[in-house]
Ligand binder design. Structure first.
Ligand SMILES: [Zn+2]
Length: 256
């Protein structure tokens, strides 16, 4: 694993680099060599990682009150949290996701997009929806990233527990959720306001600590990062295989 010697100032000074254009077909074709690594809860180290299960809070059917990640992804997340200034923590909105939640979110996104674009056809709405949420595929060769336990939606909170200003809400459907939205403004020669500069630096901090420990961002959402799954392997390229396929926590009493 690449280690990093950058300070917080260094992380904020380092621009968010451009990312490959998302190619769903290539991602689905990435080979999965399942490692069998178990899922672990993310709420057991509250000094560094805060569990805030947004879908459970918002009453999405099948959502769990605790986030789970594959052990390797969780340890990397903890390393990223350790790079933050004293008192700052990582706040997790969502991590491993049951298939039921993926399906429910997918239909909610489609409903919302249909309201916004009443004249769009069914296939146009589906294509648009997949910019925000992965198709709830039941094919184990192409699992939605969150069903692998290798994807995490997160932000950073300061020493008061207040989330840093990232410019949008989690799951907001707007173009400034694009991770490089403010980098692109600068590249176009636009001057950022004081608040926009703060957002830019906060996004850089999150992006650079997560990349430093091996995660890869989804360019459409500043909060989404992958490790070990097909999206991650595709981002790495060089014929690297994924090692996290579909996964489920081992519950004795609950059937998921
Ligand atoms: Zn996500």
């Amino acid at each position: 694993m690449k280690s990093t010697k950058l300070s917080i100032k260094g992380f904020k000074a380092l621009p968010i680099h451009t990312m490959k254009e998302e190619n769903c077909t290539e991602i689905k074709n990435v080979k999965i060599e399942e490692s069998g690594e178990k899922l672990v809860p993310i709420d057991t180290f509250p000094e560094k990682i805060v569990n805030q299960p947004e879908y459970f809070i918002q009453g999405i059917e099948g959502a769990l009150p605790v986030g789970y990640l594959r052990e390797g992804a969780y340890k990397r997340l903890l390393r990223a949290a350790n790079m933050l200034p004293k008192g700052f923590k990582i706040l997790v909105f969502d991590a491993w996701r049951p298939a039921k939640v993926q399906k429910s979110l997918y239909s909610k996104v489609k409903e919302m997009l249909k309201l916004k674009n009443p004249d769009a056809t069914y296939s146009e709405i589906s294509a648009l929806a997949e910019e925000f949420i992965a198709f709830p595929s039941e094919n184990e060769n192409e699992p939605p990233p969150h069903e692998t336990g290798g994807a995490v939606d997160l932000t950073i909170v300061d020493s008061f527990g207040i989330p840093l200003n990232m410019g949008t809400e989690f799951d907001e459907i707007s173009e400034n959720t694009h991770t490089r939205f403010y980098e692109e403004k600068i590249e176009r020669g636009e001057k950022l306001s004081k608040e926009e500069t703060e957002i830019l630096l906060n996004r850089r901090l999150l992006f650079n600590i997560m990349e430093a420990v091996g995660f890869r961002n989804y360019a459409g959402e500043w909060w989404h990062y992958d490790y070990g799954n097909q999206r991650w392997a595709w981002c790495i390229g060089k014929g690297v295989s994924a090692f996290y396929g579909i996964a489920k926590p081992k519950f004795v009493w609950m059937k998921i």
